[in-house]
Design a protein around this ligand. Structure first.
Ligand code: PAF
Length: 290
């Protein structure tokens, strides 16, 4: 496994392999890897010939009051996790390598980015789509792997690729959870003492939503109200948003029909955690029949 720091080194390593017919897989990450990232890497290893993992904490996607400075970073630890997975190249550039001068060109997906996480993190998705475009241009992957845990990000990247005819297939990989349901996230390391226990509330809210839908709840607003009140019962939790949205447009839906997405963002203490799940009602037209 090679650890490369510069764009020119990555191009020099990938291009000849690609020209010789190798299918290139990219797993973009911000490091401090966990099993969720490793599930993306394993999928890439199964499906592609040359696996590139990028590790870059992208300043462009953090707001001025967000956790850019304290975001966990440990390249040695990450490399030790990636080597046994058969990764070919780790691309770990510096900020200066990625942004040698103030950036004047941005890639922005509109419509899908203003709500949900975009509402409380203005500019975040513009930062994500800009750096992902740069990574795509540097690595030229055939396939790129993103976690479903960041569902809005996944759909925004898919839309960008479609709108701009980028030559890359985007694969979404299911969320990996702790045994108690907490979605794996690099930010879970921020949770202190009782906060870790309190963080279970996100998955408990998802389970509650799935139960209520199974019992016949079809009114999205009533479901959101119920879940908001449910989460508020946890003293360390503060809801940022609870939403039921169309999985493609990410616009709020009124009725829970077909396949919709439940998305939540909840502060546990000062740590903002997100999670999401599909709410599926099969054959809505048959409901109430018989
Ligand atoms: O999901 C992440 O870790 C980041 O948003 C990504 C896709 C690597 C872009 O910086």
């Amino acid at each position: 496994m090679e650890i490369l720091r510069t764009i020119s080194e990555v191009k020099a390593a990938v291009r000849p392999r690609k020209r010789a017919g190798a299918r290139v897989g990219l797993v973009p990450t911000m490091g401090y890897l966990h099993e969720g990232h490793l599930s993306l890497v394993r999928r890439a290893r199964q499906e592609t010939d040359l696996v590139v993992v990028s590790i870059f904490v992208n300043p462009l996607q953090f707001g001025p009051r967000e956790d850019y400075d304290r975001y966990p970073r440990d390249l040695d630890r990450d490399a030790a996790l990636l080597a046994p997975e058969g990764v070919d190249i780790v691309f770990a550039p510096s900020v200066e390598e990625m942004y040698p001068e103030p950036i004047r060109t941005f890639v922005e997906v509109t419509g899908l980015t203003e709500g949900l996480c975009g509402a409380s993190r203005p500019g975040h998705f513009r930062g994500v789509t800009t750096v992902v475009t740069k990574l795509f241009n540097i690595v030229e992957p055939d396939v790129a792997y993103f976690g479903e845990k960041d569902f809005q990000q996944l759909q925004v990247v898919r839309r960008m690729v479609r709108d701009l005819n980028m030559n890359v297939e985007v694969v979404g990989v299911p969320t990996v959870r702790e045994p108690d349901g907490l979605a794996l996230s690099s930010r879970n390391v921020y949770l202190r003492g009782r906060e870790r226990e309190a963080a279970r509330i996100l998955y408990r809210a998802i389970q509650r939503a799935q139960e209520l839908v199974a019992q016949g709840q079809r009114d999205a607003r009533a479901l959101v109200e119920d879940l908001t009140a449910f989460i508020a019962r946890e003293p360390l939790a503060r809801v940022d948003y609870v939403a039921v949205v169309d999985p493609e447009t990410l616009a709020p839906v009124e009725r829970i029909e077909g396949r919709v997405r439940l998305a939540l963002a909840v502060y546990i203490g000062s740590t903002r955690l997100i999670d999401n799940a599909e709410l599926a009602v099969d054959n809505p037209e048959l409901e109430g029949a018989g």
